[in-house]
Write a protein that binds this ligand. Structure first.
Ligand code: G
Ligand code: MN
Length: 273
């Protein structure tokens, strides 16, 4: 635990073990120790949130979100799980496991006629295993999803990564897996990233959708996407007003609590398009 705490503060540090001051700190320290076996034993699960088409001719998708259902600590959601893995030095293992799960998970509710894809959040830092992509691609098709039915959601931080990550992304993309840029339109979002690394879709960050749709930003993203012939998804749609606005602006898909929460078995609200 002292080692993890030193790592959290950067390289070349040392730390003394002091019993945790808060319950949350203690819980995370315990989880860091257990995460390795949870990954190895396949105890992580995916929950799915519907991504609903806003015009005809598109099939719906489902974003998978990693969960660790821990017997003592309850459901650990993706963001915290990723942070714990990072500090524990398990990001690369987690990435390999997320790809495996996205492909192998049993989805009896996934109807290939009206559902087009499952997306998975694999942070670039989780693609640090030199042959993560090759090993994964070799197994594709043996099981439940075609490469064309798999989407990887990446944040822009991925574009600043090194050669191993870039190599993994290229292997995945040339196998026919699509790549969507996640949470676009906040912070240092830059259109130049879309040129440097070709993506197949842009997910518009929920801060541009809720509480109010930032119409000029959404319009801009929709026109860039049209020029590049790629798809757009509005994230975090919570009200029917927001849904009406993004539909009017020509966004391709909507995702958010209005259309369905992430659950083990998703139930998308159907909308007329
Ligand atoms: O973009 P990213 O992959 O970080 O988003 C996924 C997260 O967003 C999930 O944790 C999910 O629970 C959350 N989320 C999904 N839909 C909504 C929504 O409509 N509103 C808010 N506030 N959060 C949402
Ligand atoms: Mn996402």
């Amino acid at each position: 635990m002292a080692m993890y705490s030193a790592k959290e503060q950067g390289r070349g540090r040392f730390a003394l073990y002091v019993p945790p001051a808060t319950d949350a700190e203690g819980a995370d320290a315990e989880l860091r120790v257990e995460l390795r076996s949870a990954i190895a034993e396949g105890r992580l699960t995916l929950h799915y949130q519907p991504i609903v088409p806003l015009r005809s001719g598109l099939r719906k998708g489902f974003e998978s979100l990693a969960r660790w259902d821990h017997p003592d600590h309850g459901l650990v959601a993706a963001k915290r799980l990723f942070d714990i893995a990072e500090v524990a030095g398990l990001s690369a293992e987690l990435g390999v496991e997320l790809l495996r799960l996205a492909h192998d998970d049993e989805r009896p509710w996934f109807n290939h006629d009206d559902a087009g894809f499952v997306s998975v959040n694999v942070a670039a830092s989780q693609l640090g295993h030199p042959d993560a992509a090759t090993r994964f691609v070799e197994r594709l098709g043996e099981r439940r999803l075609d490469p064309s039915e798999l989407v990887i959601e990446l944040t822009e931080a991925s574009f600043a990564q090194g050669l191993i990550v870039q190599g993994n992304l290229e292997v995945l993309r040339s196998a026919g897996i699509r790549i969507f840029l996640d949470g676009f339109g906040v912070g240092y979002s830059s259109l130049s990233h879309l040129h440097r690394f070709p993506v197949d879709g842009i997910k518009i960050d929920r801060s541009a959708i809720s509480p109010a749709v930032d119409e000029s930003l959404v319009k801009l993203i929709v026109s860039v996407a049209a020029a590049l012939d790629i798809r757009t998804v509005a994230e975090g749609v919570e009200t029917s007003d927001q849904l009406a606005t993004v539909t009017r602006l020509g966004v391709d898909y909507a995702q958010g609590y209005l259309l369905g929460h992430p659950t083990r078995v998703p139930t998308p609200k159907s909308i007329d398009v």
